[in-house]
Design a binder for this molecule. Structure first.
Ligand code: ARG
Length: 401
């Protein structure tokens, strides 16, 4: 290959936006097109479809299996921080930095890469997350976003794909825009954009409807070690497998449907639907265990830290020093988040019904009225007497008339 050769590396999902990028980049004069699909646990059919479409498009195609890394280094820290952005467990958000990082590595590895190409539109959060990750790890390679830069519409893309014979296999009436990974599934677009429109049953794939969910409740036990879920009902699992198992169990009971108003980074308020059964189950269990082992001051402060963490993760700023600082605190707390939590799943509801830990700060003797070993009730009299003393002094000043 000669020196003037220009290769485009398309971050490829196999969907409409990234598929039209391939012929568009050929028209722009790139001599070679590579495509890379990062596997973060989206359905296997999606990975296979991307591979098949890349073959039809005639690109140099690569698939990077990042499932285990995603589970261990992205989903687990999200559990440690009780990931919650206004009700959203950040499923799409936390996958984007890893997708960008893996694509950047591929860009540095292949010869003559003259540009990264991504399919993000100008309205979402993903453009920020993806480009930040690429600039972080491959700062010298330019980035093109043809859909955003060309103001492309879905209808234009479909017509263009048909004209140039690009494999899209979807008609104009395919209305939902879906993003999936191990940590959850996002469904947006079409009539769902109207906050008043009730989500139709057809948008759900990971969670059972109320009607289809079993008529018997199920109790499930999640075991944690240092804040990481390591076993379900006594069966040990690795990082990605534990999330998959949690998705399956909670999904069967219809747990984890989320319908929220979300404030996007560009200041756009949008309606979002998610299915995050495993995340919902694991986060509820983790929160319950953390509450058993932490002091009041730790809990109060961690709620603030968790909120900051969620904001940073939503923006995709995974490698900011502030994120490191926040992770240092959550990580320190996790050292004691070891133990078991039992939850009951039934017809879309999820209840914590029991928790235990070798690090529990709970003492039966102290909490019960029958045991005077830790504290005799009568010893409290003096402490109670000075409760609110400052406000009693303040009242004596008579300032309020
Ligand atoms: N609003 C969510 C986020 O910003 C999900 C975006 C999902 N993207 C999609 N094409 N469905 O994290």
């Amino acid at each position: 290959m000669d020196r003037s050769m220009k290769r485009a590396l398309v971050i490829y999902s196999g969907g409409l936006d990234t598929t039209v990028c391939v012929p568009l980049m050929r028209e722009r004069g790139f001599d070679a097109i590579s495509t890379v699909t990062i596997d973060v646990g989206q359905p296997e059919e999606d990975i296979a479809q991307a591979t098949e479409r890349a073959r039809i498009l005639g690109t140099d195609h690569h698939v990077v299996d990042a499932k285990e890394e995603f589970a261990r280094d992205y989903c687990f820290p999200a559990i440690h921080a009780n990931a919650d952005y206004f009700g959203y467990p950040l499923s799409t958000s936390i996958a984007r930095p890893l997708i960008a990082k893996k694509a950047a590595e591929m860009g540095l590895q292949l010869d003559h890469v003259a540009a990264f190409i991504h399919g993000c539109t100008g309205k979402g959060n993903d453009q920020f997350r993806i480009e930040y990750g690429l600039r972080m790890f491959a700062p010298d390679i330019p980035i093109l976003a043809p859909v955003r830069e060309g103001n492309l519409t879905r209808t234009w893309e479909i017509e263009y794909a048909e004209k140039v014979g690009a494999p899209i296999g979807q008609s104009k009436d395919k209305i939902w825009s879906i993003d999936e990974n191990l940590w959850g599934r996002s469904i947006e677009g079409g009539r769902l954009e109207d906050p008043a429109f009730a989500p139709p049953e057809e948008i759900f794939q990971w969670t059972a409807s109320l009607e289809a969910a079993p008529n018997e409740p199920q109790v499930v036990e999640i075991e944690f070690e240092g804040g990481n879920p390591v076993a379900i009902d006594g069966v040990p699992f690795g990082p990605s497998a534990v999330i998959r198992a949690a998705n399956e169990i909670a999904g069967r009971h219809g747990v984890g449907r989320i319908d929220i108003m979300e404030d996007r980074m560009i200041g756009l308020k949008v309606r979002e639907n998610y299915e995050c059964p495993g995340a919902t189950l694991l986060l509820a269990a983790h929160k319950a265990l953390e509450a058993l082992v932490t002091t009041h001051a730790e809990r109060a402060f961690k709620a603030l830290v968790d909120q900051q963490w969620a904001d940073m993760a939503y923006k995709g700023l995974w490698w900011e020093p502030f994120m490191e600082d926040l992770n240092a605190f959550t990580g320190s707390v996790q050292r004691r988040v070891t133990g078991k939590v039992r939850l009951r799943l039934f017809k879309s509801s999820l209840q914590v019904i029991g928790r235990e830990s070798p690090f529990a700060l709970y003492s039966e003797a102290a909490a019960s009225f029958d045991d005077e070993a830790v504290l005799e009730q009568s010893q409290m009299t003096g402490m109670v007497r000075i409760h609110g003393m400052e406000s009693i002094l303040y009242k004596r000043l008579g300032l309020n008339g």
